[in-house]
Design a protein around this ligand. Structure first.
Ligand SMILES: [Zn+2]
Length: 336
Protein backbone atom coordinates (compact mmCIF):
# COMPACT_ATOMS: atom_id res chain seq x y z
CA UNK A 1 0.00 0.00 0.00
CA UNK A 2 2.79 2.40 0.96
CA UNK A 3 4.70 1.72 -2.24
CA UNK A 4 1.52 2.32 -4.24
CA UNK A 5 1.12 5.69 -2.56
CA UNK A 6 -1.94 4.61 -0.54
CA UNK A 7 -2.67 5.78 2.98
CA UNK A 8 -2.28 2.94 5.51
CA UNK A 9 -5.01 4.57 7.58
CA UNK A 10 -7.51 3.28 5.02
CA UNK A 11 -6.59 -0.27 6.05
CA UNK A 12 -9.83 -2.16 6.82
CA UNK A 13 -10.36 -3.21 10.43
CA UNK A 14 -10.52 -6.90 9.53
CA UNK A 15 -7.39 -6.84 7.33
CA UNK A 16 -5.12 -9.87 7.75
CA UNK A 17 -1.62 -8.61 8.49
CA UNK A 18 1.61 -10.39 7.61
CA UNK A 19 4.23 -10.35 10.40
CA UNK A 20 6.27 -7.70 8.55
CA UNK A 21 3.17 -5.56 7.93
CA UNK A 22 2.35 -5.83 11.65
CA UNK A 23 5.92 -4.74 12.50
CA UNK A 24 5.63 -1.82 10.11
CA UNK A 25 2.36 -0.67 11.66
CA UNK A 26 3.72 -1.12 15.17
CA UNK A 27 6.77 0.97 14.28
CA UNK A 28 4.60 3.74 12.95
CA UNK A 29 2.26 3.52 15.94
CA UNK A 30 5.29 3.61 18.22
CA UNK A 31 6.20 6.92 16.68
CA UNK A 32 2.70 8.18 17.36
CA UNK A 33 2.06 8.88 13.70
CA UNK A 34 -0.59 6.35 13.01
CA UNK A 35 -3.15 4.56 15.14
CA UNK A 36 -4.87 1.50 13.75
CA UNK A 37 -8.60 1.63 14.21
CA UNK A 38 -8.39 -1.24 16.70
CA UNK A 39 -6.13 0.68 19.04
CA UNK A 40 -7.38 3.02 21.70
CA UNK A 41 -8.24 6.43 20.26
CA UNK A 42 -6.51 9.45 21.86
CA UNK A 43 -8.74 11.18 24.39
CA UNK A 44 -10.21 14.47 23.14
CA UNK A 45 -9.26 17.61 25.02
CA UNK A 46 -12.12 19.99 25.86
CA UNK A 47 -11.51 22.92 23.52
CA UNK A 48 -13.77 25.61 24.99
CA UNK A 49 -11.48 26.48 27.90
CA UNK A 50 -9.10 29.36 27.19
CA UNK A 51 -7.07 31.99 29.02
CA UNK A 52 -10.29 34.10 29.10
CA UNK A 53 -12.14 31.47 31.18
CA UNK A 54 -12.84 32.20 34.85
CA UNK A 55 -10.31 31.11 37.48
CA UNK A 56 -12.86 28.62 38.86
CA UNK A 57 -13.36 27.06 35.40
CA UNK A 58 -9.61 26.87 34.82
CA UNK A 59 -9.11 25.26 38.25
CA UNK A 60 -11.84 22.68 37.54
CA UNK A 61 -10.41 22.03 34.06
CA UNK A 62 -6.94 21.58 35.60
CA UNK A 63 -8.30 18.68 37.68
CA UNK A 64 -10.29 16.84 34.98
CA UNK A 65 -9.28 13.20 34.31
CA UNK A 66 -8.06 14.17 30.79
CA UNK A 67 -5.69 16.79 32.19
CA UNK A 68 -4.58 14.49 35.04
CA UNK A 69 -3.73 11.92 32.36
CA UNK A 70 -1.66 14.46 30.40
CA UNK A 71 0.17 15.52 33.58
CA UNK A 72 1.07 11.85 34.17
CA UNK A 73 2.31 11.57 30.56
CA UNK A 74 4.51 14.65 31.04
CA UNK A 75 5.99 13.09 34.21
CA UNK A 76 6.60 9.82 32.36
CA UNK A 77 8.40 11.59 29.49
CA UNK A 78 10.44 13.53 32.09
CA UNK A 79 11.42 10.24 33.73
CA UNK A 80 12.59 8.81 30.38
CA UNK A 81 14.57 12.00 29.57
CA UNK A 82 16.36 11.71 32.90
CA UNK A 83 16.94 7.95 32.63
CA UNK A 84 18.54 8.40 29.23
CA UNK A 85 20.70 11.27 30.53
CA UNK A 86 19.12 13.74 28.14
CA UNK A 87 18.69 16.19 31.06
CA UNK A 88 21.03 17.23 33.84
CA UNK A 89 20.30 18.95 37.15
CA UNK A 90 16.96 20.72 36.74
CA UNK A 91 17.47 21.15 32.97
CA UNK A 92 15.01 20.40 30.22
CA UNK A 93 11.33 21.21 30.00
CA UNK A 94 8.11 19.94 28.47
CA UNK A 95 4.85 21.61 27.39
CA UNK A 96 1.52 20.31 26.08
CA UNK A 97 -1.12 22.55 24.53
CA UNK A 98 -4.51 21.90 26.12
CA UNK A 99 -6.64 24.61 24.52
CA UNK A 100 -6.47 27.38 21.95
CA UNK A 101 -4.12 29.52 24.04
CA UNK A 102 -3.27 27.51 27.17
CA UNK A 103 -0.69 24.83 27.89
CA UNK A 104 0.52 22.53 30.64
CA UNK A 105 4.22 22.83 31.40
CA UNK A 106 6.93 21.59 33.74
CA UNK A 107 7.96 23.55 36.86
CA UNK A 108 11.26 25.30 37.48
CA UNK A 109 13.96 23.82 39.76
CA UNK A 110 12.68 20.24 39.68
CA UNK A 111 14.58 17.32 38.14
CA UNK A 112 12.62 16.00 35.16
CA UNK A 113 13.23 12.48 36.44
CA UNK A 114 11.21 12.91 39.63
CA UNK A 115 8.21 15.10 38.82
CA UNK A 116 4.76 14.34 40.22
CA UNK A 117 1.51 15.27 38.44
CA UNK A 118 0.90 17.91 41.14
CA UNK A 119 4.10 19.71 40.03
CA UNK A 120 2.73 20.52 36.57
CA UNK A 121 1.64 24.12 35.82
CA UNK A 122 -1.01 25.69 33.56
CA UNK A 123 -0.03 28.83 31.61
CA UNK A 124 -1.29 30.91 28.71
CA UNK A 125 0.79 31.40 25.57
CA UNK A 126 2.33 34.57 27.05
CA UNK A 127 3.65 32.57 30.01
CA UNK A 128 1.15 33.87 32.63
CA UNK A 129 0.56 31.08 35.14
CA UNK A 130 -3.03 30.20 36.16
CA UNK A 131 -2.74 26.92 38.08
CA UNK A 132 -0.19 24.69 39.77
CA UNK A 133 1.57 24.61 43.14
CA UNK A 134 5.03 25.20 41.69
CA UNK A 135 6.34 28.06 39.55
CA UNK A 136 6.58 27.40 35.81
CA UNK A 137 9.97 27.01 34.13
CA UNK A 138 11.55 30.19 32.72
CA UNK A 139 12.34 28.37 29.48
CA UNK A 140 8.61 27.90 28.83
CA UNK A 141 8.64 31.09 26.74
CA UNK A 142 10.49 29.25 23.96
CA UNK A 143 7.89 26.44 23.97
CA UNK A 144 5.07 28.97 23.80
CA UNK A 145 6.76 30.85 20.95
CA UNK A 146 7.01 27.53 19.08
CA UNK A 147 3.29 26.86 19.67
CA UNK A 148 2.35 30.35 18.49
CA UNK A 149 4.45 30.05 15.34
CA UNK A 150 3.51 26.44 14.59
CA UNK A 151 -0.25 25.93 15.14
CA UNK A 152 0.14 22.15 14.59
CA UNK A 153 2.41 21.82 17.62
CA UNK A 154 0.46 20.17 20.47
CA UNK A 155 3.53 19.23 22.49
CA UNK A 156 7.16 20.36 22.85
CA UNK A 157 10.16 18.74 24.51
CA UNK A 158 13.46 20.49 25.25
CA UNK A 159 16.52 18.72 26.66
CA UNK A 160 20.30 18.48 26.46
CA UNK A 161 21.13 15.07 24.93
CA UNK A 162 24.95 15.00 24.93
CA UNK A 163 25.72 13.77 21.39
CA UNK A 164 23.14 15.98 19.70
CA UNK A 165 24.24 18.92 21.87
CA UNK A 166 27.86 18.24 20.82
CA UNK A 167 26.83 18.80 17.20
CA UNK A 168 25.16 22.06 18.31
CA UNK A 169 28.35 23.13 20.13
CA UNK A 170 30.53 22.33 17.12
CA UNK A 171 28.03 24.14 14.88
CA UNK A 172 27.76 21.06 12.66
CA UNK A 173 24.34 20.23 11.33
CA UNK A 174 23.82 16.44 11.47
CA UNK A 175 24.49 15.06 7.97
CA UNK A 176 21.70 13.51 5.94
CA UNK A 177 21.26 10.30 3.94
CA UNK A 178 22.88 8.00 6.49
CA UNK A 179 20.06 6.35 8.50
CA UNK A 180 16.40 6.07 7.40
CA UNK A 181 14.74 6.66 10.80
CA UNK A 182 15.76 10.30 11.14
CA UNK A 183 14.87 11.08 7.51
CA UNK A 184 11.32 9.76 7.93
CA UNK A 185 10.43 11.00 11.41
CA UNK A 186 12.50 14.18 11.59
CA UNK A 187 14.34 15.36 8.45
CA UNK A 188 16.92 18.12 8.46
CA UNK A 189 17.85 19.43 11.93
CA UNK A 190 18.99 23.07 11.65
CA UNK A 191 20.92 24.90 14.39
CA UNK A 192 19.48 28.06 15.95
CA UNK A 193 22.20 30.54 17.01
CA UNK A 194 22.98 30.77 20.75
CA UNK A 195 21.15 33.26 22.93
CA UNK A 196 20.75 33.37 26.73
CA UNK A 197 18.32 30.58 27.75
CA UNK A 198 14.86 31.80 28.66
CA UNK A 199 15.10 35.09 26.74
CA UNK A 200 12.55 36.04 24.07
CA UNK A 201 15.41 36.41 21.52
CA UNK A 202 16.34 32.76 21.95
CA UNK A 203 12.71 31.69 21.61
CA UNK A 204 12.37 33.75 18.45
CA UNK A 205 15.44 32.25 16.76
CA UNK A 206 14.10 28.75 17.47
CA UNK A 207 10.53 29.65 16.47
CA UNK A 208 11.87 30.98 13.15
CA UNK A 209 12.82 27.38 12.28
CA UNK A 210 9.76 25.40 13.42
CA UNK A 211 7.54 26.17 10.45
CA UNK A 212 9.83 23.95 8.36
CA UNK A 213 11.38 21.63 10.96
CA UNK A 214 9.98 19.52 13.82
CA UNK A 215 13.34 19.27 15.61
CA UNK A 216 15.89 22.04 16.07
CA UNK A 217 19.35 22.13 17.65
CA UNK A 218 20.05 25.14 19.85
CA UNK A 219 23.61 26.43 19.49
CA UNK A 220 25.76 25.81 22.62
CA UNK A 221 22.69 24.58 24.47
CA UNK A 222 20.62 21.53 23.45
CA UNK A 223 17.69 20.48 21.29
CA UNK A 224 13.94 21.02 21.07
CA UNK A 225 11.22 19.17 19.17
CA UNK A 226 7.51 19.61 18.62
CA UNK A 227 4.81 17.11 17.70
CA UNK A 228 1.38 17.40 16.18
CA UNK A 229 0.43 14.12 17.90
CA UNK A 230 1.50 13.82 21.53
CA UNK A 231 4.18 14.59 24.09
CA UNK A 232 5.50 11.05 23.69
CA UNK A 233 5.87 11.60 19.95
CA UNK A 234 7.86 14.82 20.60
CA UNK A 235 10.04 12.78 23.00
CA UNK A 236 10.59 10.04 20.37
CA UNK A 237 12.16 12.67 18.10
CA UNK A 238 14.74 13.30 20.82
CA UNK A 239 15.54 9.57 21.02
CA UNK A 240 15.87 9.40 17.23
CA UNK A 241 18.05 12.53 17.06
CA UNK A 242 20.34 11.48 19.92
CA UNK A 243 20.75 7.90 18.64
CA UNK A 244 21.55 9.30 15.20
CA UNK A 245 24.16 11.79 16.42
CA UNK A 246 25.78 9.12 18.61
CA UNK A 247 25.91 6.63 15.72
CA UNK A 248 27.32 9.16 13.23
CA UNK A 249 29.93 10.22 15.78
CA UNK A 250 31.05 6.64 16.47
CA UNK A 251 31.01 5.81 12.74
CA UNK A 252 33.20 8.84 12.06
CA UNK A 253 35.87 7.35 14.38
CA UNK A 254 36.14 4.08 12.45
CA UNK A 255 38.65 5.33 9.93
CA UNK A 256 36.52 4.90 6.83
CA UNK A 257 34.60 7.52 4.88
CA UNK A 258 30.95 7.25 5.87
CA UNK A 259 28.64 5.76 3.27
CA UNK A 260 25.42 7.55 2.40
CA UNK A 261 22.40 6.24 0.63
CA UNK A 262 21.59 7.82 -2.71
CA UNK A 263 19.25 10.74 -3.33
CA UNK A 264 17.01 8.27 -5.14
CA UNK A 265 16.86 6.11 -2.02
CA UNK A 266 16.11 9.18 0.10
CA UNK A 267 13.29 9.98 -2.31
CA UNK A 268 11.77 6.57 -1.46
CA UNK A 269 11.86 7.48 2.24
CA UNK A 270 10.28 10.87 1.54
CA UNK A 271 7.47 9.09 -0.32
CA UNK A 272 6.81 6.99 2.79
CA UNK A 273 6.99 10.14 4.90
CA UNK A 274 4.38 11.81 2.72
CA UNK A 275 2.10 8.78 3.10
CA UNK A 276 2.43 9.10 6.88
CA UNK A 277 1.37 12.75 6.67
CA UNK A 278 4.67 14.15 7.96
CA UNK A 279 5.68 17.29 6.07
CA UNK A 280 9.27 17.79 4.90
CA UNK A 281 10.55 20.86 3.06
CA UNK A 282 12.64 18.53 0.87
CA UNK A 283 9.54 16.93 -0.66
CA UNK A 284 9.50 18.27 -4.22
CA UNK A 285 13.22 19.10 -4.38
CA UNK A 286 15.26 17.87 -7.33
CA UNK A 287 16.69 14.46 -6.49
CA UNK A 288 20.24 15.68 -6.87
CA UNK A 289 19.65 18.26 -4.11
CA UNK A 290 18.43 15.72 -1.58
CA UNK A 291 21.69 14.52 -0.07
CA UNK A 292 23.47 17.86 0.31
CA UNK A 293 25.83 17.44 3.23
CA UNK A 294 27.96 20.53 2.86
CA UNK A 295 28.94 20.81 6.50
CA UNK A 296 29.90 17.18 6.83
CA UNK A 297 33.24 15.65 5.75
CA UNK A 298 33.50 14.65 3.02
CA UNK A 299 30.72 16.94 1.96
CA UNK A 300 28.38 16.09 -0.86
CA UNK A 301 26.79 18.96 -2.69
CA UNK A 302 24.70 19.42 -5.75
CA UNK A 303 25.19 22.80 -7.29
CA UNK A 304 25.26 21.62 -10.88
CA UNK A 305 22.14 22.08 -13.00
CA UNK A 306 21.02 19.57 -15.65
CA UNK A 307 20.83 16.74 -13.11
CA UNK A 308 24.61 16.30 -12.95
CA UNK A 309 25.68 15.45 -9.45
CA UNK A 310 28.91 17.03 -8.32
CA UNK A 311 30.59 15.40 -5.38
CA UNK A 312 33.06 17.80 -3.88
CA UNK A 313 34.94 16.50 -0.88
CA UNK A 314 35.33 19.50 1.39
CA UNK A 315 39.05 20.07 1.70
CA UNK A 316 41.09 20.79 4.77
CA UNK A 317 42.29 24.44 4.48
CA UNK A 318 45.65 23.53 5.98
CA UNK A 319 46.22 20.76 3.44
CA UNK A 320 45.06 23.07 0.66
CA UNK A 321 47.51 25.72 1.83
CA UNK A 322 50.38 23.20 1.87
CA UNK A 323 49.55 21.97 -1.65
CA UNK A 324 49.57 25.59 -2.82
CA UNK A 325 52.97 26.26 -1.22
CA UNK A 326 54.52 23.11 -2.69
CA UNK A 327 53.11 24.00 -6.12
CA UNK A 328 54.60 27.50 -5.79
CA UNK A 329 57.98 26.03 -4.81
CA UNK A 330 58.00 23.66 -7.80
CA UNK A 331 56.98 26.45 -10.15
CA UNK A 332 59.73 28.64 -8.69
CA UNK A 333 62.37 25.92 -9.18
CA UNK A 334 61.20 25.47 -12.74
CA UNK A 335 61.98 29.15 -13.16
CA UNK A 336 58.44 30.28 -13.89
ZN1 LIG B 1 17.96 24.05 28.26
Amino acid sequence: MVRGGQDVRSLPNDALLTPSARDFLRDIEGNGVYKHQNSEAPKPIPAKISSKSSKADLDAFFRTPEIQQLKAEICEVGRRLWQRAYVDGNGGNIAVRVGEDIALCTPTLVSKGFMKPDDICLVDLEGNQFCGNKKRTSEILMHLQIMKRQPRAVATVHCHPPHATAFAVAGVEPPSCMIPEIEVFIGRVPIAPYRTPGTPEMGKLVADLVEQHNTVLMGNHGAVSWSHVSVEDAYFKMEILEAYCRTVWVASQLGQPLKTFTPHQLQDLLNIKQTLGIPDPRIGLKECELCDNNEWRPGVSCATPNGQISRSPSTDPQAEDMVQRITDMIMERMGK
